[in-house]
Design a protein around this ligand. Structure first.
Ligand code: BGC
Length: 421
Protein backbone atom coordinates (compact mmCIF):
# COMPACT_ATOMS: atom_id res chain seq x y z
CA UNK A 1 0.00 0.00 0.00
CA UNK A 2 1.34 3.37 -1.02
CA UNK A 3 -0.24 6.60 -0.04
CA UNK A 4 -0.86 9.46 2.29
CA UNK A 5 -2.43 10.29 5.65
CA UNK A 6 -4.30 13.19 7.17
CA UNK A 7 -6.68 13.79 10.09
CA UNK A 8 -10.10 15.38 10.47
CA UNK A 9 -9.43 18.36 12.71
CA UNK A 10 -6.22 19.23 10.89
CA UNK A 11 -7.71 19.49 7.41
CA UNK A 12 -11.51 19.58 7.39
CA UNK A 13 -12.41 23.11 8.47
CA UNK A 14 -15.93 24.07 9.71
CA UNK A 15 -15.22 22.03 12.84
CA UNK A 16 -17.88 20.77 15.23
CA UNK A 17 -17.59 21.44 18.97
CA UNK A 18 -14.53 19.71 20.34
CA UNK A 19 -11.93 20.23 23.05
CA UNK A 20 -9.46 21.24 20.36
CA UNK A 21 -11.77 23.83 18.86
CA UNK A 22 -12.15 25.39 22.31
CA UNK A 23 -8.40 25.23 22.85
CA UNK A 24 -7.72 27.25 19.70
CA UNK A 25 -9.95 30.02 21.07
CA UNK A 26 -7.90 30.41 24.25
CA UNK A 27 -5.15 33.04 24.29
CA UNK A 28 -1.55 31.96 23.58
CA UNK A 29 -2.28 28.27 23.02
CA UNK A 30 -1.48 28.29 19.31
CA UNK A 31 1.99 29.53 18.39
CA UNK A 32 0.95 31.58 15.36
CA UNK A 33 -2.49 32.47 16.81
CA UNK A 34 -4.20 30.62 13.94
CA UNK A 35 -7.13 28.23 14.27
CA UNK A 36 -8.66 25.32 12.35
CA UNK A 37 -11.89 27.03 11.31
CA UNK A 38 -10.97 26.70 7.64
CA UNK A 39 -7.81 24.61 7.69
CA UNK A 40 -7.57 22.93 4.25
CA UNK A 41 -11.38 22.82 3.79
CA UNK A 42 -11.19 19.07 3.20
CA UNK A 43 -14.78 18.75 4.46
CA UNK A 44 -15.96 20.21 1.17
CA UNK A 45 -12.87 19.98 -1.04
CA UNK A 46 -12.28 16.27 -0.47
CA UNK A 47 -13.11 15.36 -4.10
CA UNK A 48 -10.24 17.60 -5.22
CA UNK A 49 -7.81 16.16 -2.66
CA UNK A 50 -8.73 12.55 -3.32
CA UNK A 51 -8.18 13.33 -7.02
CA UNK A 52 -4.70 14.63 -6.09
CA UNK A 53 -4.02 11.40 -4.23
CA UNK A 54 -4.96 9.49 -7.35
CA UNK A 55 -2.62 11.68 -9.43
CA UNK A 56 0.08 10.77 -6.96
CA UNK A 57 -0.54 7.11 -7.78
CA UNK A 58 -1.64 6.35 -4.21
CA UNK A 59 -3.65 3.21 -3.57
CA UNK A 60 -4.24 3.91 0.13
CA UNK A 61 -5.40 6.98 2.06
CA UNK A 62 -5.52 7.19 5.82
CA UNK A 63 -7.98 9.76 7.12
CA UNK A 64 -9.98 10.21 10.29
CA UNK A 65 -13.53 10.78 11.35
CA UNK A 66 -14.33 13.62 13.73
CA UNK A 67 -16.04 11.85 16.62
CA UNK A 68 -17.69 15.17 17.53
CA UNK A 69 -19.45 15.33 14.15
CA UNK A 70 -20.88 11.81 14.37
CA UNK A 71 -21.77 12.04 18.05
CA UNK A 72 -22.43 15.74 18.71
CA UNK A 73 -24.12 15.06 22.07
CA UNK A 74 -24.15 12.01 24.27
CA UNK A 75 -26.39 9.34 22.75
CA UNK A 76 -27.09 11.48 19.68
CA UNK A 77 -25.82 10.43 16.26
CA UNK A 78 -25.66 12.52 13.13
CA UNK A 79 -26.67 10.53 10.07
CA UNK A 80 -25.81 13.53 7.91
CA UNK A 81 -22.19 13.52 9.11
CA UNK A 82 -21.95 9.75 8.64
CA UNK A 83 -23.31 10.16 5.12
CA UNK A 84 -20.62 12.70 4.30
CA UNK A 85 -17.88 10.34 5.47
CA UNK A 86 -19.56 7.65 3.36
CA UNK A 87 -19.13 9.92 0.34
CA UNK A 88 -15.47 10.45 1.17
CA UNK A 89 -14.93 6.68 1.31
CA UNK A 90 -16.73 6.17 -2.00
CA UNK A 91 -14.69 8.93 -3.61
CA UNK A 92 -11.57 6.98 -2.64
CA UNK A 93 -13.01 3.68 -3.85
CA UNK A 94 -13.98 5.26 -7.18
CA UNK A 95 -10.37 6.25 -7.67
CA UNK A 96 -8.90 2.89 -6.74
CA UNK A 97 -7.76 4.04 -3.29
CA UNK A 98 -8.13 1.89 -0.18
CA UNK A 99 -9.45 3.93 2.76
CA UNK A 100 -7.72 3.41 6.11
CA UNK A 101 -10.10 4.89 8.64
CA UNK A 102 -8.99 6.31 11.97
CA UNK A 103 -11.58 6.86 14.70
CA UNK A 104 -9.87 9.27 17.08
CA UNK A 105 -7.08 11.63 16.17
CA UNK A 106 -6.50 13.90 19.18
CA UNK A 107 -9.81 15.82 19.25
CA UNK A 108 -12.68 14.79 21.56
CA UNK A 109 -16.33 15.86 21.46
CA UNK A 110 -16.75 18.88 23.72
CA UNK A 111 -19.51 17.27 25.81
CA UNK A 112 -17.16 14.38 26.55
CA UNK A 113 -14.22 16.64 27.34
CA UNK A 114 -16.43 18.43 29.88
CA UNK A 115 -17.11 15.12 31.56
CA UNK A 116 -13.44 14.27 32.01
CA UNK A 117 -12.39 13.40 28.46
CA UNK A 118 -10.01 10.46 28.34
CA UNK A 119 -10.39 10.09 32.10
CA UNK A 120 -14.21 9.95 32.09
CA UNK A 121 -15.47 6.89 34.00
CA UNK A 122 -17.38 5.43 31.09
CA UNK A 123 -14.91 6.50 28.41
CA UNK A 124 -14.51 2.91 27.17
CA UNK A 125 -18.28 2.47 26.73
CA UNK A 126 -18.70 5.83 25.01
CA UNK A 127 -15.83 5.17 22.63
CA UNK A 128 -16.89 1.66 21.76
CA UNK A 129 -20.47 2.80 21.02
CA UNK A 130 -18.98 5.21 18.49
CA UNK A 131 -16.60 2.57 17.11
CA UNK A 132 -19.29 -0.02 16.53
CA UNK A 133 -21.56 2.55 14.89
CA UNK A 134 -18.88 3.41 12.35
CA UNK A 135 -17.67 -0.17 11.87
CA UNK A 136 -21.17 -1.52 11.26
CA UNK A 137 -22.00 1.09 8.69
CA UNK A 138 -18.80 1.23 6.73
CA UNK A 139 -17.85 -2.44 6.55
CA UNK A 140 -21.00 -3.03 4.46
CA UNK A 141 -21.08 -2.58 0.67
CA UNK A 142 -20.58 -0.23 -1.09
CA UNK A 143 -18.03 1.09 1.44
CA UNK A 144 -16.47 -2.27 2.31
CA UNK A 145 -13.96 -0.79 4.73
CA UNK A 146 -11.09 -3.18 5.49
CA UNK A 147 -8.81 -1.24 7.83
CA UNK A 148 -9.85 0.48 11.02
CA UNK A 149 -7.58 2.29 13.45
CA UNK A 150 -9.07 3.10 16.83
CA UNK A 151 -6.68 5.70 18.27
CA UNK A 152 -3.96 7.83 16.79
CA UNK A 153 -0.87 8.19 18.97
CA UNK A 154 -2.44 7.88 22.42
CA UNK A 155 0.89 8.43 24.16
CA UNK A 156 1.56 11.70 22.32
CA UNK A 157 -1.95 12.98 23.00
CA UNK A 158 -1.74 12.06 26.67
CA UNK A 159 1.79 13.31 27.27
CA UNK A 160 1.00 16.63 25.63
CA UNK A 161 -2.26 16.95 27.54
CA UNK A 162 -1.28 15.76 31.02
CA UNK A 163 2.49 16.16 31.33
CA UNK A 164 3.47 19.06 29.12
CA UNK A 165 0.24 21.03 29.35
CA UNK A 166 0.52 22.11 25.72
CA UNK A 167 -2.67 20.44 24.49
CA UNK A 168 -6.10 20.01 26.02
CA UNK A 169 -6.90 19.50 28.84
CA UNK A 170 -3.69 21.42 29.68
CA UNK A 171 -2.62 19.52 32.78
CA UNK A 172 1.05 19.74 33.73
CA UNK A 173 3.39 17.15 35.26
CA UNK A 174 0.44 15.01 36.25
CA UNK A 175 1.87 11.49 36.10
CA UNK A 176 -1.15 10.01 37.83
CA UNK A 177 -3.60 11.46 35.28
CA UNK A 178 -1.27 10.35 32.49
CA UNK A 179 -1.37 6.73 33.55
CA UNK A 180 -5.12 6.84 34.20
CA UNK A 181 -5.70 8.21 30.70
CA UNK A 182 -3.44 5.58 29.12
CA UNK A 183 -5.29 2.80 30.94
CA UNK A 184 -8.64 4.22 29.87
CA UNK A 185 -7.62 4.42 26.23
CA UNK A 186 -6.40 0.83 26.39
CA UNK A 187 -9.70 -0.27 27.97
CA UNK A 188 -11.62 1.61 25.26
CA UNK A 189 -9.58 -0.05 22.53
CA UNK A 190 -10.20 -3.46 24.13
CA UNK A 191 -13.93 -2.96 24.48
CA UNK A 192 -14.30 -1.66 20.92
CA UNK A 193 -12.32 -4.60 19.55
CA UNK A 194 -14.42 -7.02 21.59
CA UNK A 195 -17.70 -5.55 20.34
CA UNK A 196 -16.54 -5.48 16.75
CA UNK A 197 -15.33 -9.08 16.86
CA UNK A 198 -18.41 -10.34 18.72
CA UNK A 199 -20.62 -8.70 16.09
CA UNK A 200 -18.77 -10.81 13.51
CA UNK A 201 -17.49 -7.72 11.67
CA UNK A 202 -14.60 -8.63 9.45
CA UNK A 203 -12.06 -5.81 9.58
CA UNK A 204 -8.38 -5.41 10.31
CA UNK A 205 -7.91 -3.42 13.50
CA UNK A 206 -5.02 -1.48 14.92
CA UNK A 207 -3.88 1.72 16.54
CA UNK A 208 -1.43 4.20 15.05
CA UNK A 209 1.49 4.16 17.48
CA UNK A 210 3.89 7.04 17.48
CA UNK A 211 7.05 4.97 17.73
CA UNK A 212 10.11 6.77 19.02
CA UNK A 213 13.54 5.32 18.62
CA UNK A 214 15.25 6.15 21.94
CA UNK A 215 19.01 6.23 22.24
CA UNK A 216 21.32 7.07 25.07
CA UNK A 217 22.96 10.50 24.93
CA UNK A 218 26.21 8.98 26.24
CA UNK A 219 26.87 7.35 29.60
CA UNK A 220 25.43 4.20 31.15
CA UNK A 221 22.95 6.18 33.24
CA UNK A 222 21.71 7.71 30.00
CA UNK A 223 21.34 4.17 28.59
CA UNK A 224 19.09 3.42 31.48
CA UNK A 225 17.08 6.59 30.76
CA UNK A 226 16.64 5.42 27.15
CA UNK A 227 15.37 2.04 28.31
CA UNK A 228 12.96 3.56 30.79
CA UNK A 229 11.63 6.01 28.17
CA UNK A 230 11.16 3.22 25.66
CA UNK A 231 9.30 1.14 28.21
CA UNK A 232 7.00 3.98 29.32
CA UNK A 233 6.40 5.50 25.91
CA UNK A 234 6.52 2.55 23.51
CA UNK A 235 6.24 -0.78 25.19
CA UNK A 236 3.70 -0.62 28.03
CA UNK A 237 0.79 0.22 25.77
CA UNK A 238 1.80 -2.07 22.93
CA UNK A 239 2.29 -5.03 25.23
CA UNK A 240 -1.10 -4.40 26.83
CA UNK A 241 -2.87 -4.34 23.48
CA UNK A 242 -1.10 -7.45 22.23
CA UNK A 243 -1.25 -9.62 25.37
CA UNK A 244 -4.13 -8.24 27.48
CA UNK A 245 -1.77 -7.75 30.41
CA UNK A 246 -2.00 -4.12 31.51
CA UNK A 247 0.98 -2.85 33.46
CA UNK A 248 0.91 0.93 33.34
CA UNK A 249 3.26 2.93 35.48
CA UNK A 250 5.62 5.88 35.33
CA UNK A 251 7.66 7.70 37.96
CA UNK A 252 5.16 9.59 40.14
CA UNK A 253 2.09 7.49 39.34
CA UNK A 254 0.48 4.53 41.01
CA UNK A 255 0.45 1.23 39.15
CA UNK A 256 -2.45 0.04 37.02
CA UNK A 257 -2.36 -3.71 36.75
CA UNK A 258 -5.16 -5.63 35.02
CA UNK A 259 -5.63 -8.85 33.06
CA UNK A 260 -7.95 -8.70 30.08
CA UNK A 261 -9.14 -11.64 28.02
CA UNK A 262 -8.14 -11.18 24.39
CA UNK A 263 -11.26 -10.68 22.25
CA UNK A 264 -11.60 -13.68 19.96
CA UNK A 265 -8.56 -15.20 21.70
CA UNK A 266 -6.07 -13.13 19.77
CA UNK A 267 -4.15 -9.86 19.94
CA UNK A 268 -6.41 -6.82 19.71
CA UNK A 269 -4.13 -5.62 16.91
CA UNK A 270 -4.25 -7.36 13.53
CA UNK A 271 -1.30 -5.26 12.48
CA UNK A 272 0.72 -2.46 14.03
CA UNK A 273 0.32 1.05 12.64
CA UNK A 274 3.58 2.91 13.15
CA UNK A 275 3.97 6.69 12.91
CA UNK A 276 7.69 7.28 12.66
CA UNK A 277 9.23 10.76 12.92
CA UNK A 278 12.68 10.22 14.35
CA UNK A 279 15.00 9.49 17.21
CA UNK A 280 15.20 10.91 20.72
CA UNK A 281 18.38 11.03 22.78
CA UNK A 282 17.91 10.65 26.51
CA UNK A 283 19.97 11.94 29.39
CA UNK A 284 19.54 11.26 33.08
CA UNK A 285 19.47 14.50 35.08
CA UNK A 286 19.19 15.25 38.79
CA UNK A 287 16.01 17.36 38.66
CA UNK A 288 12.43 16.17 37.97
CA UNK A 289 11.32 14.55 35.69
CA UNK A 290 14.92 13.21 35.73
CA UNK A 291 15.08 12.44 32.03
CA UNK A 292 16.02 15.13 29.58
CA UNK A 293 15.30 14.54 25.94
CA UNK A 294 17.50 15.90 23.20
CA UNK A 295 17.57 15.96 19.43
CA UNK A 296 20.39 14.01 17.75
CA UNK A 297 23.21 15.68 15.78
CA UNK A 298 21.82 14.97 12.27
CA UNK A 299 20.12 17.38 9.85
CA UNK A 300 16.92 19.04 11.10
CA UNK A 301 13.53 19.84 9.62
CA UNK A 302 11.83 23.25 9.91
CA UNK A 303 10.77 22.44 13.48
CA UNK A 304 14.26 21.43 14.58
CA UNK A 305 13.43 17.71 14.65
CA UNK A 306 16.33 15.52 13.64
CA UNK A 307 15.98 13.59 10.38
CA UNK A 308 17.10 10.05 11.13
CA UNK A 309 15.99 7.49 8.53
CA UNK A 310 18.03 4.60 10.00
CA UNK A 311 15.77 4.86 13.03
CA UNK A 312 12.90 3.61 10.89
CA UNK A 313 14.82 0.44 10.03
CA UNK A 314 15.74 -0.08 13.70
CA UNK A 315 12.20 0.64 14.88
CA UNK A 316 10.62 -1.75 12.38
CA UNK A 317 12.94 -4.56 13.45
CA UNK A 318 12.25 -3.80 17.07
CA UNK A 319 8.46 -3.76 16.66
CA UNK A 320 8.50 -7.00 14.69
CA UNK A 321 10.83 -8.72 17.12
CA UNK A 322 8.73 -7.70 20.13
CA UNK A 323 5.16 -8.16 18.87
CA UNK A 324 5.38 -10.42 15.81
CA UNK A 325 2.67 -8.56 13.91
CA UNK A 326 2.76 -7.13 10.39
CA UNK A 327 3.33 -3.39 10.23
CA UNK A 328 1.84 -0.53 8.27
CA UNK A 329 3.66 2.79 8.34
CA UNK A 330 0.66 4.97 9.02
CA UNK A 331 2.64 8.25 9.11
CA UNK A 332 6.10 9.51 8.25
CA UNK A 333 6.93 13.01 7.15
CA UNK A 334 8.44 16.38 7.95
CA UNK A 335 7.84 20.10 8.11
CA UNK A 336 9.68 21.53 5.12
CA UNK A 337 8.13 24.71 3.72
CA UNK A 338 10.81 25.18 1.05
CA UNK A 339 10.58 21.51 0.07
CA UNK A 340 14.34 21.17 -0.07
CA UNK A 341 14.50 18.00 2.06
CA UNK A 342 11.23 16.12 1.50
CA UNK A 343 12.11 14.09 -1.61
CA UNK A 344 15.39 12.89 -0.09
CA UNK A 345 13.63 12.25 3.21
CA UNK A 346 11.11 9.96 1.51
CA UNK A 347 13.78 8.16 -0.50
CA UNK A 348 15.98 7.56 2.55
CA UNK A 349 13.09 6.33 4.67
CA UNK A 350 12.08 3.90 1.95
CA UNK A 351 15.62 2.59 1.83
CA UNK A 352 15.38 2.03 5.58
CA UNK A 353 12.02 0.32 5.16
CA UNK A 354 13.48 -2.00 2.53
CA UNK A 355 16.41 -2.88 4.74
CA UNK A 356 13.97 -3.97 7.42
CA UNK A 357 11.98 -5.96 4.86
CA UNK A 358 15.16 -7.69 3.72
CA UNK A 359 15.74 -8.68 7.33
CA UNK A 360 12.32 -10.34 7.29
CA UNK A 361 10.03 -7.66 8.72
CA UNK A 362 6.60 -7.77 7.06
CA UNK A 363 5.61 -4.20 6.11
CA UNK A 364 2.26 -3.72 4.38
CA UNK A 365 2.53 -0.13 3.36
CA UNK A 366 3.87 3.38 3.58
CA UNK A 367 1.56 6.36 4.11
CA UNK A 368 3.23 9.75 3.96
CA UNK A 369 2.22 12.57 6.30
CA UNK A 370 0.73 14.48 4.68
CA UNK A 371 -1.03 14.98 1.35
CA UNK A 372 -1.59 18.69 1.95
CA UNK A 373 -0.49 21.29 4.45
CA UNK A 374 -2.66 21.28 7.55
CA UNK A 375 -3.24 22.63 11.05
CA UNK A 376 -0.29 21.43 13.11
CA UNK A 377 -1.96 21.53 16.54
CA UNK A 378 -0.30 23.94 19.01
CA UNK A 379 2.06 25.05 16.23
CA UNK A 380 -0.81 26.28 14.08
CA UNK A 381 -0.84 26.66 10.31
CA UNK A 382 2.80 27.70 9.95
CA UNK A 383 4.58 24.31 9.70
CA UNK A 384 4.25 22.85 6.22
CA UNK A 385 3.95 19.07 6.16
CA UNK A 386 2.25 18.81 2.75
CA UNK A 387 3.31 17.22 -0.51
CA UNK A 388 0.88 19.89 -1.70
CA UNK A 389 1.13 23.50 -0.63
CA UNK A 390 -2.05 25.22 0.49
CA UNK A 391 -2.53 28.93 0.09
CA UNK A 392 -4.68 29.58 3.16
CA UNK A 393 -6.11 32.78 1.67
CA UNK A 394 -7.35 31.34 -1.63
CA UNK A 395 -7.28 27.63 -0.68
CA UNK A 396 -5.40 26.98 -3.93
CA UNK A 397 -3.52 23.68 -4.08
CA UNK A 398 -0.04 23.59 -5.57
CA UNK A 399 1.95 20.36 -5.59
CA UNK A 400 5.50 20.79 -4.36
CA UNK A 401 8.37 19.26 -6.38
CA UNK A 402 8.52 16.34 -3.90
CA UNK A 403 4.96 15.43 -4.89
CA UNK A 404 6.24 14.47 -8.34
CA UNK A 405 9.26 12.66 -6.96
CA UNK A 406 7.08 10.61 -4.63
CA UNK A 407 4.70 9.98 -7.55
CA UNK A 408 7.55 8.60 -9.68
CA UNK A 409 8.80 6.50 -6.82
CA UNK A 410 5.35 5.01 -6.20
CA UNK A 411 5.02 4.27 -9.93
CA UNK A 412 8.35 2.42 -9.96
CA UNK A 413 7.56 0.49 -6.79
CA UNK A 414 4.08 -0.49 -7.91
CA UNK A 415 5.39 -1.58 -11.32
CA UNK A 416 8.11 -3.75 -9.84
CA UNK A 417 5.67 -5.26 -7.31
CA UNK A 418 3.29 -6.11 -10.17
CA UNK A 419 6.14 -7.74 -12.11
CA UNK A 420 7.24 -9.93 -9.21
CA UNK A 421 3.68 -11.11 -8.56
C1 BGC B 1 0.41 13.34 14.39
C2 BGC B 1 -0.07 14.35 13.38
C3 BGC B 1 0.91 15.50 13.27
C4 BGC B 1 2.25 14.95 12.85
C5 BGC B 1 3.34 16.00 12.71
C6 BGC B 1 1.91 13.08 14.33
O1 BGC B 1 2.42 12.98 15.63
O2 BGC B 1 -0.33 12.16 14.29
O3 BGC B 1 -1.34 14.78 13.74
O4 BGC B 1 0.49 16.48 12.37
O5 BGC B 1 2.70 14.05 13.81
O6 BGC B 1 3.64 16.57 13.94
Amino acid sequence: MWGVANSAFQVEGSPADSDWREWTKLPKKIADASDAERAAEFWRRYPEDVAWAQKLGANAFRFSIAWERINPREGEWSEAALARYGKIILEMRRRGIEPVLNLQHFALPLWLAKRGGLRADNFAELFSAYAIKVAEKFTKAPYSLRYLITFNEPMVMIHQGYLRGEWPPGDKDNAQATIEAVANVARAHFLATKKIREAGIDIKLSIAKHWRHFESAGGWLDDWAAKLSDWVFNDQLMKALVTGRFFFWMPGSSLVREEHALPGGRSTLDFVGINYYGRILTKLVTHAPFIEILEGPGPKNDLGWEIFPQGLDLSLRDVWQRYRLPIMITENGLADAKDTQRAVFIRDHLTALKNAQKAGVPVWGYLHWSLTDNFEWALGLKPRFGLIDIDYVTQARRPRPSFFEYRDLIARERASAAKSR
